[in-house]
Design a protein around this ligand. Structure first.
Ligand SMILES: [Zn+2]
Length: 244
């Protein structure tokens, strides 16, 4: 009898818990990559559908023009810092306490956070890379955003990724530079948008041509969290892609 009561008690507790999660205050609709996926994102921000400078895009190297050197990318990400790693429901996001920075057009943009997509969002001649990291920077004065995309290909193990995957929900020590390939002097540059709602435009995009590496196990470990968190490629319209 005691056992039956306990079982009933446990069932009641379970259903209460389920109920509590159904009526939590954040009951409004959330965007995602399935039922409320990219085709429905106009319900969250009109810009996602009405914008004409959206990201990601397919890069066609043969149609790119040479770089306006005023906008050359200068990276200074070599900073030893602590960082908070979270699973924010869309991606694994790393927020350094003190980020590095980049400089373009004489303006400094500070690293706010970086996060990962299970496959690359931008494609190059239709090729989708195994994974991508987006390093999101902001000009503290104008608030403009600049994102550096680091593609990942399957290859040797990247110790920093182990640190991040094992550090979800914790603070870890990182140097954002450890995620970059050796060659950061060659990239594609264009003006696009955030690839998630609110899809805000006027974002400076730099896509590093040289990929970093992650082992098969690391890619699989990451994809246990997110495998299809990439937005389909958007129309280029009248934009030009610069190449360096
Ligand atoms: Zn992203």
């Amino acid at each position: 009898m005691k056992k039956i009561l306990l079982t009933v008690g446990a069932a009641a507790l379970l259903s209460l818990t389920a109920f509590a999660s159904e009526v939590k205050p954040h009951d409004e609709k959330h965007w995602d990559y399935s039922h409320n996926g990219p085709a429905h994102w106009d319900e969250f921000s009109k810009t996602c559908v009405a914008g004409n400078a959206q990201s990601p895009i397919n890069i066609v190297p043969g149609k790119s023009v040479s770089m306006n050197h005023q906008y050359d990318l200068h990276m200074s990400e070599d900073v030893h810092t602590t960082a908070k790693v979270i699973d924010n429901g869309h991606s694994i996001k790393v927020t350094p306490k003190v980020g590095g920075s980049i400089e373009l057009n004489g303006e400094k943009f500070n690293l706010l956070q970086f996060h990962f997509h299970g496959k690359s969002e931008h494609t190059v001649d239709g090729k989708r890379y195994d994974m991508v990291a987006h390093l999101v920077h902001q000009n503290p004065i104008t608030k403009q955003l600049a994102v550096v995309a680091v593609f990942f290909e399957e290859g040797k193990n990247n110790p920093m990724l182990d640190n991040i995957i094992g550090g979800i929900g914790k603070n870890i020590r990182i140097d954002p530079q450890d995620i970059l390939p050796k060659d950061t002097a060659h990239y594609y540059h264009y003006i696009g948008s955030l690839t998630t709602p609110p899809c805000s435009e006027n974002v400076q995009w730099y896509l590093l041509k040289t990929p970093s590496f992650a082992s098969k196990d690391q890619i699989e470990a990451f994809r246990k969290y997110y495998v299809d968190n990439e937005r389909p490629v958007q129309e280029l319209h009248d934009r030009t892609i610069e190449s360096n």
